[in-house]
Design a protein around this ligand. Structure first.
Ligand code: PLP
Length: 401
């Protein structure tokens, strides 16, 4: 019996090493990675430049404590401020912690403005993490079930629906912030419409709310800009980031601007590991490589190639509802639950994921070549086709059972 708690439905495979966009399992079988550890390893695996920097940092200093000054944290803070337009940065170790910091900022902001029970608007199908506060903010009853009582102070509205947000503004005086993913990752690669962010900014300004963007999955260059919000001219008040920032070394950040930038004061928040020298060295080098190697441009080019190729090859297939996304954040929505495709792709030597039951999710490393993308198309299309051809029969079979 495994002594590891039973929190994951794991696939029966373990990986031993990786190189670029490829990983090898313990039996020596090779797989093309189209998931990157769920949007984490943007540089792929064992990137030589990152490896050198990490090896050097491990030999020098891994951790001190946030009770001392940390030069690399200052350096990464400056770099993140420069690429995001935010003013201050809090360092933690994961996406949920980054969002916890954002939620705490919103509450502090509310109390500062005399609101005793501050509330945050969150979205249906959102995913913000598994801690109690971020689970409450998450829009999935399945993820929340069994963990009640959840927290007070969240108001849920449909995603990409400005009128719903406006209605809350009219009726609820306790709201202090909106927390939203511009592209819902776990929710099924749901992309908001072009004017949604501008509309949210306007409502937030009118009501003096903080506009807080969860870029944990969409950030670090994945959609072709450092952050998904940078496709528009809108400036948020708070942005959270994690996943891709350390290319696998755990690091998260909550960044803030304007009134939100100075809400935290000593004693209000903290983290033992957050922003330690190893994590910050990883963050700095990851950002430098993305910039030096033009990986954001590559994400747009390869992402477009992948989406167009998939659309073309899946066109006319009954059961394919949509191929969507931005950059290298891609979803293929099918008309039926398709979790079994993950195991079939694995057999075929391809790492993918299915989210929201019916959406095949691709989050490849930003270093992908056209040949990698072509291989994804050539492997995945027959699997989807075969699945859809079988699907009506299997649905009938399960009804009969
Ligand atoms: N926010 C978003 C948008 C995510 O996609 C995730 C994880 O998938 C999280 C937050 C939680 O991040 P973590 O698992 O690092 O806590």
């Amino acid at each position: 019996m495994s002594h590891v708690m039973n929190t994951y439905a794991r696939l029966p495979v373990a990986f031993e090493r990786g190189e670029g966009a490829w990983v090898w399992d313990t039996q020596g079988k090779r797989y093309l990675d189209a998931l990157a550890g769920i949007a984490v390893c943007g540089l792929g695996h064992a990137h030589p430049r990152l490896t050198r920097v990490l090896q050097k940092q491990v030999g020098k200093l891994i951790h001190t404590s946030n009770i001392y000054e940390i030069a690399l944290q200052e350096e990464l803070g400056d770099r993140l401020a420069a690429i995001s337009g935010m003013e201050t940065v809090f360092f933690c170790n994961s996406g949920c912690e980054a969002n916890e910091a954002a939620i705490k900022l919103a509450r502090l902001y509310g109390h500062k403005n005399g609101i005793e029970s501050p509330a945050i608007i969150v979205m249906e199908k959102a995913f913000h993490g598994r801690t109690i506060a971020t689970l409450t903010a998450t829009g999935s009853r399945k993820a929340q079930a069994g963990f009640e009582p959840l927290l007070a102070g969240f108001v849920r509205v449909p995603f990409d629906d400005l009128e719903a947000v406006q209605r809350v503004a009219t009726n609820n005086r306790n709201v202090v912030a909106v927390l939203v993913e511009l592209i819902q990752g776990e929710g099924g690669i749901n992309v908001c419409s072009n004017d949604y962010l501008t509309g949210l900014r306007a409502i937030c300004d009118e009501n003096k709310w903080l506009l807080m963007l969860d870029e944990v999955q969409s950030g670090t260059g994945r959609t072709g800009t450092w952050f998904a919000f940078q496709h528009s001219g809108v400036k948020p008040d708070v942005v959270t980031l994690a996943k891709g920032l350390g290319n696998g070394v755990p690091i998260g950040t909550c960044m803030a601007a304007g009134v939100a930038a100075t809400l935290f004061t000593p004693g209000k928040h903290g983290s033992t590991f957050g922003g330690n020298p190893l994590a910050c060295a990883a963050g700095l080098e990851t950002l430098a490589i993305i910039e030096d190697d033009g990986l954001m441009r590559n994400a747009v080019e390869i992402g477009t190639f992948l989406r167009e190729g998939l659309r073309e090859r899946l066109a006319g297939l009954t059961g394919v509802k949509d191929v969507r996304g931005a950059g290298l954040m891609i979803g293929i929505e099918l008309g039926a639950p398709c979790g079994e495709l993950v195991a079939r792709a694995l057999e075929a030597g391809l790492l993918i994921n299915v989210t929201a039951d019916t959406v095949v999710r691709l989050l490849p490393p930003l270093i992908y070549t056209r040949a990698d993308a072509q291989l994804v198309i050539d492997t995945l299309v027959p699997l989807i086709t075969e699945f859809l051809e079988r699907e009506p029969a299997s649905a009938r079979a399960s009804q009969a059972a």
